[in-house]
Ligand binder design. Structure first.
Ligand code: GDP
Ligand code: GDP
Length: 450
């Protein structure tokens, strides 16, 4: 018999869909927090139940058998409760509504009470899958007591001891089974070189830059073990690392470019960006940032790829041009203040060695994951300081947030209703201020409660 179930990270998470939500509800003192602690393997500190400190809807990251989910602890459900208790009960109802699966905890040493029966009615109304937990089944005779909880009409009771770990592995298996279908598992094989797209309008210096990095750093001829490199790509070593510049065949063939219309240029850009993880968008520092430059930048942002802007031909920038350029950057690139910039010259080789570190930084942001606890602590403070503006006497509230995926980072805000576009942008901007994401686009979406 398993008595202690370690719940440490069992495998790298490979899913990038929104993590499903499991809400833990029940009367006060039945052992909800203890159970949540066990589910998350005490990897995060559960908020102490200090009087006056609300413990409503606190979400945590959890993982079992390689499956990630969010577990939401609730303060304790009581019908007909007043004041603070009533507020907590309301929070528990909200948690149930936002959950994919509800874990309903009953204290088996007490048995089902009237309050438990009332909670069952609320759970029925929610039409959510409910897993009935008979907690505090610390020994065999208490485990037998669990049978009496069939009377609640929620199916088979799961006898566990959240305190000692008894039965918690089986419970977690059943929770996983009740979750919505997992996204297809992506094979994680050995990761090949990072894939880089070199893009920009004709004549900004893409071929020159590729030649420069290939020449200075010695082009890698052989393919890298365990990876397939497309013949149209180039493997280049920069800063001690092999990088895969995608779709460079077109860059090498100068004749194509001379005859290429903007339409074909944009198709090539789209293809390269799609195949890449990070894009270097080259701009000609000696010329004004054009609409065509903007379109290339938009292609990268909309494809959700990491972004480094290389101001090429920096050797042509004199003091006067510098002043204009700074103003231009401020005006033309204000929608992407997070992009990483490097000022280089493919011709002289100036600062070309800054490229690899910039790419690494952008990729790190692109794959950054914010722990759910930290995310929600920040969000609570933010929404308290600056709540959503009131519209027609009501203001939607953000209940909690999770990071649904990486590459690029994607966040889901669970709310009581649709948010104003302006407020959503505000949250997005503050999210960047707090957590960075330099060099990567991020996505924030809203999931209003059904
Ligand atoms: P909550 O109010 O539902 O979150 O309950 P807590 O998790 O704070 O637990 C209330 C009390 O029950 C605490 O003193 C726990 O140590 C105790 N408790 C929780 N789970 C068990 C269990 O499985 N067995 C026993 N004997 N006590 C438990
Ligand atoms: P592509 O069309 O983007 O591949 O651009 P190319 O690499 O063919 O460069 C277009 C022109 O700009 C060529 O005449 C290059 O010699 C020139 N060029 C490229 N990089 C630089 C640079 O850093 N400084 C200067 N002064 N000229 C450059």
């Amino acid at each position: 018999m398993v008595s202690e179930v370690p719940l440490d990270v069992l495998s790298e998470d490979s899913d990038t869909g929104p993590a499903p939500v499991v809400a833990v509800v029940g009367r006060p003192n039945v052992g909800k927090s203890t159970l949540v602690n066990r589910i998350i393997g005490r990897r995060q500190a559960v908020v102490e139940d200090v009087p006056g400190v609300t413990r409503d809807r606190v979400p945590y990251d959890a993982q079992w058998n390689g499956r990630r989910f969010t577990v939401v602890d609730t303060g304790g459900w009581e019908p007909d409760a007043r004041d603070r208790a009533a507020a907590i009960a309301a929070q528990a109802e909200i948690a149930v509504q936002t959950a994919d699966v509800v874990v309903f905890v009953v204290d088996v040493s007490v048995g089902a009470t009237d309050v438990d029966e009332a909670a069952v009615k609320m759970l029925r109304r929610s039409h959510k899958p409910v897993i009935l937990v008979a907690n505090k089944a610390d020994n065999n005779s208490l485990e037998l007591e669990a049978v009496s909880l069939w009377s609640l009409g929620l199916g088979e009771p799961h006898p566990i001891s959240a305190l000692h770990g008894r039965g918690s592995g089986d419970l977690l298996d059943d929770i996983l089974n009740a979750l919505p279908e997992p996204p297809p598992i992506v094979e994680d094989g050995p990761r090949g070189p990072r894939r880089v797209a070199l893009v920009g309008r004709p004549n900004v210096g893409k071929s020159s830059l590729l030649n420069r990095v290939s020449k200075e750093e010695r082009a890698v001829v052989d393919s890298v073990a365990g990876t397939t490199v497309d013949p149209v790509d180039s493997l280049v070593e920069m800063d001690g690392e092999t990088w895969q510049f995608v779709d460079t065949a077109g860059l090498r063939k100068r004749v194509n470019q001379a005859s290429g219309t903007e339409y074909y240029a944009s198709l090539r850009t789209a293809g390269a960006v799609e195949a890449a993880e990070v894009a270097v968008v080259l701009l000609d520092s000696a010329e004004t940032i054009s609409e065509q430059d903007q379109r290339v930048l938009t292609q990268v942002v909309e494809a959700g790829k990491a972004l480094v802007i290389a101001f090429n031909k920096w050797d042509l920038v004199d003091a006067d041009r510098r002043i204009y350029l700074d103003k231009e950057i401020e005006r033309e690139l204000k929608r992407i203040p997070w992009a990483i910039r490097v000022n280089i010259s493919a011709k002289t080789g100036r600062a070309v060695d800054k490229l690899a570190p910039a790419l690494r930084r952008a990729l790190a942001s692109w794959e950054q994951r914010v722990p759910t606890g930290a995310l929600n602590q920040w969000l609570t403070a933010l929404t308290q300081a600056t709540p959503h503006p009131v519209r027609g006497g009501r203001a939607p509230r953000i209940l909690f947030a999770t990071q649904a995926g990486v590459a690029p980072p994607r966040f889901v805000l669970f709310t009581t209703g649709p948010l104003d576009a302006g407020y959503q942008r505000f949250v997005e901007r503050k999210l960047r201020e707090e957590f960075g994401f330099e060099g990567s686009p991020i996505e924030v979406s809203v999931k209003p409660r059904k």
